[in-house]
Design a protein around this ligand. Structure first.
Ligand SMILES: Nc1ncnc2c1ncn2[C@@H]1O[C@H](COP(=O)(O)OP(=O)(O)OP(=O)(O)O)[C@@H](O)[C@H]1O
Ligand SMILES: [Mg+2]
Length: 282
C-alpha cells in the first residue's frame, strides 16, 4: 500500500506533474543561519503564548527565521504548528510575547498601533485564504482601496503592470460576486502588490481554490518574485504549491524543525513523510 503522510494531509494530489518545477539540487541549511543579502523580514527568538493556566498554548517557541529580499519562501507544518501565528506576528497583525521581529530595519515589537498601521500599509501586503474583498467595490476599487484610504497617489504604470501580470484587464469593473474564486484571489494578490510592499505574506492563498486556479495564483506569486522583485512568504499544506517557492521552512509545535532549498513536490513530500515517521516533536 502506498505510504501516505498522516499529519500533513496535502490538499492537492501530486499525481499531476504539470506544474512541477524543474529539479533542483536539494540542500538543507538552518533557518536561523545568517544569510547574505538584505532581509525583507527577520524574526529572532520569537515567542507567542496564547491564554494562561489550563488554556495556555505556546504557539511560537523561540522562532528565528530570515526572509531574504526577492525570495519566495513557503511555510509548511501540521495544523496548529504556528504557521498563521508566525505570519501574523511578522506582519504586525498580532503582538508577540517576546523576541524581535523586523520588517527591513524596523522593529515591530514595541511599535504603537498607529505606527504599526502605517508600517503595514506602506510596507506589507497580506493575502488571506478567504480573499477578503469588499463586495460593493469593483475589482479595480478593491485593488486601489489601501492606497485610497492612505491618500496615496496610485502609480498608474505600476498598476497596469500588476493588473497585466495577474491577467485581470478585462475584469476590472466587475464586483467580487461576478468573479470566480481564482479571479477574486487574483484581485487580492493585485491589491497586495499594488502598493509595492517590501514583503507579501500569503496564508494558504490557494486553500479555497481548485488546482487550476491555484496553479495560476502560484505562478503569479512566483512571477511577482522573478519579474517584479517581490519578496513572498506563503503558508501552504500542499507540496505542489510549496514547489513553486525557492525555499520551504517547516514548523512543528511552534518551532522551526527543518528547511529545504530548491524544493520539488517530491522532495517536500519526502521530507513530510520523514517527519511523520519520526512523529511530532514535542
Ligand atoms: N487567538 C488565539 N487564541 C488562543 N489560541 C490560539 C489563537 N490563535 C491560535 N491559537 C493556537 O495557537 C496554535 C497555533 O495556531 P496557528 O493558527 O498558528 O496554526 P496553523 O499552523 O496556522 O494551523 P492551520 O494549518 O490549521 O491553519 C494552535 O494551537 C492554536 O490553537
Ligand atoms: Mg493557519
Amino acid at each position: 500500500m502506498e505510504e501516505r503522510p498522516v499529519l500533513w494531509a496535502p490538499a492537492v494530489q501530486i499525481s499531476s506533474t504539470r506544474h512541477f518545477r524543474q529539479e533542483h539540487p536539494v540542500t538543507t541549511t538552518t533557518a536561523t543561519a545568517v544569510r547574505t543579502g538584505q532581509a525583507a523580514a527577520r524574526a529572532t527568538g520569537l515567542n507567542k503564548v496564547y491564554g494562561e493556566g489550563e488554556t495556555r498554548v505556546v504557539a511560537l517557541d523561540n522562532v528565528s527565521v530570515v526572509f531574504p529580499q526577492g525570495e519566495y519562501t513557503a511555510i509548511m507544518g501540521p495544523s496548529g504548528s504556528g504557521k498563521s501565528t508566525l505570519m501574523h506576528c511578522m506582519a504586525g497583525l498580532d503582538t508577540v510575547s517576546s523576541g524581535s521581529s523586523l520588517i527591513g530595519d524596523t522593529e515591530l515589537v514595541g511599535l504603537k498601533d498607529k505606527q504599526l498601521t502605517k508600517l503595514r500599509r506602506d510596507h506589507i501586503g497580506f493575502v488571506f485564504q478567504t480573499f477578503n474583498l469588499l463586495p460593493t467595490l469593483t475589482a479595480l476599487e478593491n485593488i486601489t482601496l489601501p492606497m485610497d484610504i492612505a491618500g496615496r497617489k496610485v502609480d498608474k504604470e505600476w498598476l497596469d503592470r500588476v493588473v497585466d501580470t495577474v491577467g485581470l484587464s478585462g475584469r476590472l469593473s466587475h464586483r467580487p460576486s461576478q468573479l470566480s474564486g481564482g479571479q477574486q484571489q487574483r484581485v487580492a494578490c493585485a491589491r497586495a502588490l499594488a502598493s509595492k510592499p517590501d514583503i507579501i505574506f500569503a496564508d494558504e492563498p490557494t486553500g479555497n481554490l481548485d488546482s487550476r486556479s491555484g496553479a495560476e495564483i502560484l505562478s503569479f506569486l512566483r512571477n511577482s518574485v522573478r519579474e517584479l522583485g517581490q519578496t513572498v512568504v506563503m503558508v501552504t499544506h500542499d507540496p505542489v504549491a510549496a514547489s513553486y517557492a525557492d525555499r520551504v521552512v517547516f514548523l512543528a509545535d511552534g518551532r522551526i524543525v527543518d528547511e529545504l532549498t530548491g524544493p520539488t513536490a517530491d522532495s517536500v513530500l519526502d521530507r513530510m513523510r520523514r517527519f511523520d515517521a519520526k512523529g511530532r516533536t514535542s
